[in-house]
Unconditional design. Structure first.
Length: 171
């Protein structure tokens, strides 16, 4: 997914946050107008899981964790202060990574860029969108139970804070 986003999207920050305490597996940030003349900050959360079996199919169990993660994303969108806190959270996670001499979490962008975006986010609108990525979810063989779970998740995100949900599966 990271490779796809690097190749096909134009993000200012692409942050691999996949580990305990994550905001999302991947956090992608785009500043409309650029860092010099910003007008809005867009944040895309990507929650990713693999199928628990070799062949994709109608297993609702494969979606429960993803839908739960998508719903907990509401926490970051609850108030303007929380949205700025997201960037502080990411900065802290990168510093912890550096302190342990591990590879950076940044696929695109830098800690300095993220600091600038955090400052921008205090005075400009910040929008959040959520994507569930589940290769084990077959679009051509999706079950009624899977559709219901996705529908409940989408409804909860929209009704609570008008957060759009996108679902990426296979075939």
């Amino acid at each position: 997914m990271i490779r796809h986003l690097k190749d096909s999207e134009n993000y200012d920050i692409l942050f691999d946050d996949d580990s305990p305490g994550e905001a999302a597996d991947i956090v992608a940030i785009k500043v409309s107008g650029g860092l010099k003349q910003p007008t809005e900050v867009g944040v895309d959360f990507f929650h990713c899981k693999f199928s628990h079996a070799d062949k994709p199919g109608g297993r609702i169990e494969d979606l429960y964790e993803l839908c739960g993660q998508a719903q907990t994303s509401i926490w970051w969108a609850g108030s303007p202060a929380k949205k700025s806190d997201l960037f502080t959270h990411l900065m802290r996670r990168e510093r912890l990574r550096r302190d342990s001499e591990r590879a950076t979490r940044f696929e695109i962008g830098s800690l300095e860029d993220l600091h600038t975006i955090r400052e921008i986010s205090r005075s400009l609108p910040v929008s959040i969108a959520i994507t569930i990525v589940q290769p084990g979810l077959s679009r051509s063989h999706v079950s009624e139970d899977q559709l219901r779970l996705l529908s409940v998740t989408e409804h909860h995100l929209m009704e609570t804070l008008a957060l759009p949900l996108t679902v990426i599966g296979n075939d």
